[in-house]
Write a protein that binds this ligand. Structure first.
Ligand SMILES: [Zn+2]
Length: 243
């Protein structure tokens, strides 16, 4: 998942992404895996959303704004807010994930929408972001700026924002109409919740697309990780998820 994250949100070549993952893994596992253990372990998806946020924070310290594409100019929190303002929720999701770097073909799968719906949702981007719409690969044009926008959105949560656990229930169709409708109405006006919701959709899509790695390729990804305190001889993931 980390490598999928770096593929979309960094300008780095594949071998550099592996080095970055090893660096990030050292940070995650320092002090007896203090950061790793600070993530939610109630469910795998909550854990993965936490891991994704950590990777954004970590990448923010490595990326420089000169690495962002100069044209079209990157959005800001303000211009993004203007682009989203008044759009139906699904169109907001399309705009947000398109600017994040996703091609229409990927969005159709991630959001489970038809090409016609995807096309409608992109209407507002045609004037200023035509180049974004021409791409077929999934890669953010402005990783440094976009990650900055996501971090600002994450920091801007309010009391009435929808907790991640509730968003997962909505995604799974387990929330009642009574809970779901106000959360969705709120999300049309809240960048914090839109970022959290789309990050959930993203990790679910990455998880779905995940291929098993050959064993000989896993070993080089796991360098130098200190063991967690091992009292009960369970694996790291078993302990993290309380298995
Ligand atoms: Zn909110």
């Amino acid at each position: 998942m980390a490598l999928q994250f770096f593929r979309v949100y960094s300008p780095w070549a594949p071998e550099v992404r592996l080095d970055c993952w090893r660096d990030a893994l050292r940070a995650l596992s320092a002090n007896e895996c203090a950061i790793l253990r600070s993530f939610s372990h109630q469910s795998e998806r909550e854990f993965l959303v936490g891991l994704r946020a950590f990777l954004q924070d970590w990448a923010a310290t490595k990326l420089q704004s000169w690495q962002d594409a100069p044209e079209p100019p990157a959005p800001t929190v303000q211009t993004l807010g203007a682009l989203l303002n008044g759009l139906p929720l699904v169109h907001q999701e399309i705009v947000f994930l398109t600017l994040a770097g996703y091609s229409p073909a990927t969005l159709e799968k991630t959001l489970r929408i038809t090409p016609a719906v995807a096309g409608e949702g992109l209407g507002r981007l045609r004037a200023s972001y035509a180049r974004v719409l021409e791409r077929s690969e999934d890669r953010c044009l402005w990783p440094s700026t976009w990650i900055g926008i996501c971090r600002a959105a994450r920091a801007g949560g309010q009391k009435d924002c929808t907790p991640l656990r509730q968003l997962i229930r909505i995604l799974d169709g387990q929330a009642s109409w009574h809970d779901k409708t106000p959360a969705e109405e709120h999300r049309t006006k809240c960048l914090h919740c839109l970022e959290l919701w789309t990050s959930l959709l993203e990790v679910v899509a990455w998880d779905r697309a995940r291929q098993p790695w050959p064993e000989d390729q896993i070993e080089p990804l796991m360098v130098d990780t200190p063991a967690m305190p091992d009292k009960d001889h369970k694996s790291l993931l078993d302990r993290l998820f309380g298995r």
